[in-house]
Design a binder for this molecule. Structure first.
Ligand SMILES: Cc1cc2nc3c(=O)[nH]c(=O)nc-3n(C[C@H](O)[C@H](O)[C@H](O)COP(=O)(O)O)c2cc1C
Length: 183
């Protein structure tokens, strides 16, 4: 079988599609922001921890450092354009809730708001952080979880009813498909 070599930086483009989430954060004076994140990973069950990779260049990086809180919001397929918008302009200059026509609703345990149009919401407090090359890995302890009722089947996300999105590098997106493994 023929294999083709690429520069090592291309590994991201050839990785399995990774989930795209919309992370909300907030300034000390209460201005909320949204950043699109492809570097997202659930990492521990007990305590419940997840990881996001955020470049120190992002406005959101300074907000997360400032307050120690963020929310991971899971968008559906209908929010692809919003994800691209929130991933291409900075909250330093734009109110992304307004620009992307998204609705902020209060979280239960943290200050950054939830995005009402998203399927699920994981409220996080920063548990740890590490520098990894040109990104910071923020580990968030999940302190509250909420999800649209219709998106749950047997206590897991029902991707036949909702379609979370993944991306394949650059601006290519793919919906989550349903496949049940043999037991
Ligand atoms: C699909 C997609 C995935 C992205 N993933 C990340 C990521 O994981 N980490 C990151 O730092 N930036 C990522 N970005 C870029 C930021 O979302 C983008 O720079 C954003 O405008 C930063 O906003 P801010 O300055 O308001 O924080 C991604 C962008 C897109 C479109």
């Amino acid at each position: 079988m023929g294999k083709v070599s690429y520069p090592s930086g291309y590994y991201v483009r050839f990785s399995p599609p990774s989930p795209v989430v919309l992370v909300t954060c907030i300034s000390r004076d209460g201005r909320a922001n949204i950043i699109t994140i492809g570097m997202y990973m659930p990492i521990s069950f007990d305590p419940p921890l997840l990881a996001i990779g955020v470049s120190p260049k992002r406005y959101s990086h300074s907000l997360i450092e400032e307050t120690g809180e963020f929310v991971v919001n899971v968008p559906g397929r209908d929010l692809v354009d919003a994800a691209v918008l929130c991933g291409s302009v900075s909250g330093r200059v734009v109110d992304k809730f307004k620009e992307a026509k998204l609705t902020a609703i209060p979280a239960s345990k943290v200050k950054p708001p939830l995005i009402a149009e998203c399927i699920a919401h994981f409220e996080c407090r920063v548990y740890d952080k590490f520098t990894a090359g040109d990104h910071t890995i923020f580990i968030g302890e999940v302190v509250a979880v909420s999800i649209e009722e219709k998106a749950v089947k047997e206590n897991v996300l029902d991707v036949t009813k909702t379609q979370p999105i993944s991306h394949r590098g650059r601006y290519y997106f793919t919906p989550s498909l349903f496949y049940e493994a043999k037991k």
